[in-house]
Every structure is written in C-alpha cells, then in structure tokens.
Design a protein around this ligand. Sequence first.
Ligand code: ZN
Length: 488
Amino acid sequence: MEESSKKRGRQLMWVLILILTLAALAAAAWFVAFRVNRFSLELALTGEPKLQLEYGDSFTEPGVTPILRGTLFLKEGYTPDKLEIHRETDLNEGKLGKYTITYSTEFLNCTAEARREIRVIDTKAPTITLKEDPEGSLVEGVIYQEAGFTATDNYDGDITDRVVRTEEPGLVTYAVTDSSGNPAVAQRKIPLRDMILPEIQLEGGEDYVITLGTRYEEPGFTATDNVDGDVTAMVQVEGEVDWLTAGTYPITYTVTDSCENTTVVTRNVEVAVQPWQDTVYPEGKVVYLTFDDGPSAYTAELLDVLDAYGAKATFFVVGSGSGNMMRQIVKRGHSIGIHAVNHDYGKLYASPEAYFDDLMKMQSIIYDNTGVKTTLMRFPGGSSNLVSRHSCEGIMTFLTQAVQDAGFQYFDWNVYSGDAGETKRTEKVVDNVIAGIQEHRVSIVLQHDIHKYSVDAVEDILRWGKRNGYKFLALQSDSPGFHHDLNN
Ligand code: ZN
C-alpha cells in the first residue's frame, strides 16, 4: 500500500513538473512573441496618398492593404485575411474641394489608420458658342452688329455674362475664364462692308462763277474715304465748260472707294456775262483818232504832235510794240486798247478759243507795261473782216457777241484814212480823213502809226480839225463803237 502510494506520488510529481515545464515554455513563447517580437499593424494605401478627381468623373476607390509586422517574425509583412477595414470620408464628387478618406482597422491588440487626400478639380475649359450672322444684316456702316454668343462651363454652367468681348477691324474676340481659371477664347471674322461714302470737297464751292472769256480752270478738289484715305487721284471729272458762251455748266466729280461706295458731286460753273455799258455820245463835233498796229518808231513823234495840239487819241497796240512806248501813251493821257499779240489772221481767227487766248494775253501785256487793265479793243481787220472766213466760218458773229459778254468794248471806225495800202502819200491820207470827218458829227478815224506817211498826216488833220471846231478825244469804255455790219 505504501509502495503504490509512493509511486502515484512520483507520477503526480512528474505530471506536475511537465505541466510546469509546459507552462514555463508557453510563458516563454508568449514573452518572445508578444514582448520581444512586438507585433504592429499598418494600412498601406494602394496608389497615391493624394489623388485628383476631375469634376464629372466618379471616384474609384484604389483600396488599402492591411499589413501585420513583427520584430522577430513576420518581418516581410503579413496580410491577415478577412480583416474588416472601416472607411470614412466626406468626399462630395459634385463640388470642387479637398476631401479626406480615413481607413482604420484592428487585429489582435493592434489598430491601424491611414488617410488619403482627394481633390475634386475642374481642368476643363468653358465652351463659347457664336451664333451665326444672319444673312443680309451683317454690317451697318462699319459698326458690327453682334449676332450673339453663349458661354457654358462644365462646372459653372452658363457664364455668358462673364464673356469679355473686344472688337477690332474685321475681328471680334470673345474671352472667358471659368471659376477654376480655365480660359477659353473664340474669334469671329467679320466681313467689313464699308458703307460710308467717300467725300469730295470742292475748292471754290459747288457754285462757281467765271466771267465769260476767262478760260475755265479746275479750281481743285480733294477726296477722302473713311477706309481708303486720300482718294483724290481716283476722282473722275466729267463735263466741259464753254467759257466763251454764257450759261451754267455742270461738272461732275465721281469717286468710288474700294468697297464700291460711289460719291458724285456736281459743280455748277456759271459763265457769267458782264453787263453791257450804255453808250454815251459826246457833245459837239468829236473826232476819235485811232492808231493800230503800233507802237512803232514813229509813235514818239506822233505823241509830241498830239501834245502840241492838246489832242487825245487811242492806240490799239500789238504784242511786238515797245512796252516803254505803251507806258508813254498812257502817261500822256491817251487811251490804250487791245489789237492783237500776233496780227496773223490765220492763227488769230482759227477758233474762238485761239482769239480769246490772244486777247487776254494782249490785255495782260498792256497791264504789265502800263498798269491799265483795258477793255477797249479792235479786231484786226475790223469786225467786218472777210479774211477770217478762211480760218473759221462764222467766227466774227460769235466773237463780236462774246467779247462784249466778256466785258470788252470793240471799236470799228466810220472814217478810213486809206493808209493800209490804198495810198502811201501823206496828202492823200490827210484828204481822206478830212473828207470823212466832215460826214459825221462823231468820227472814229482809222490810221496806223507804223507808217511814217500816215503819222506825218496827223498835224494837218489836227490843224484843220481845230480850225473847224472839232474836239479830238480818246475813246472810253462807254464811247460809241461804230460797229460794222458783219461779213462772217
Ligand atoms: Zn491791224
């Protein structure tokens, strides 16, 4: 009994030792595993910790991986299965902003947490839509009539009112920026149809008056256009002025700019008639001595004779005459009148224009030499001449009217001395003149002071005239003209 009791006691002891040993081993294992090894749990983010989400896209969760680590074991990491991961976020995909996702989990005594930042952004530019220009209503003047536009943004919606519109010639630019700073630009080419007419400025005005016999010269003009600038060179001038016939003549000025806008202005040129003077017949018996074709070498002598008798005369001078002598004629109280610059019938009576050119030129020569702007004149050959028929049919009929309309007074004669070819004898000239004078109360005597034999006749004529009560006067603009009957 004692034997078996001892044996049981030993067995019990061994069991106890075994249990204690196991317990000690377990304690050592726990100690090693949990105190020496020190477990830890972490959550590893898949993908970037900061993510951007384009507005309009939906967020796809990249996920997290729980990793268990220990200092002695599991150094490479271990992912426990079926670990519940708690996910918490304020993410709002419909609103731009910064959001956070918080992941957390726990295993055994360990807990782990990870955060991810999400930014909802808008990188899409807004869209600008231009309405089409309606046909036919494109432009009025050069001001563009906006056809309309809209701007929409994927995030902001309608942002038409934020569009900044700038206009330059031929181009409109529309620019807008959305709330995220994304810019958009659109452009519209506008076909600039210039509808503004060019302008023509007439120097001298639209009503322009010249006196008959004054050659019409364009007074000048300028033309400008809002687009083309100075278009003076493109002006077409049409119309003619008959400066020898009274009337009103329209001259049109036409200019078209590069956009086919045409401006026409009209200048009315009036060729005005100088009013005729009433003829005043002098009192008593009067002789107007007239000398054509000079002055010449004999004119000085003639002036002395006239002075000696207190007589005045009239000289119808030519272009070849001495200017100094013309001055003497005027200085000594005689009248000076126009004959011709060039006493060549063929050229002089070639046309009314040719005649007037000569007439005005001679007037100018006399004026330059004497300061007298004479309107007294005598047609070479007289108004009754036949010779002009060879050059120009009907010219004297035209000229006799035209020179008076131009303010000139033409003088023919009623006493002819015969000194132009019929005689070269002084006595004959004297006889002719005295005989002629006696037939008229008022005489206009034709002589030529280029012939000495005619100049020599003057003293006898004056002596006879004075004895017989004649006055010798110089022609004035209102003196009788003694116009001949016309032959051409
Ligand atoms: Zn003559």
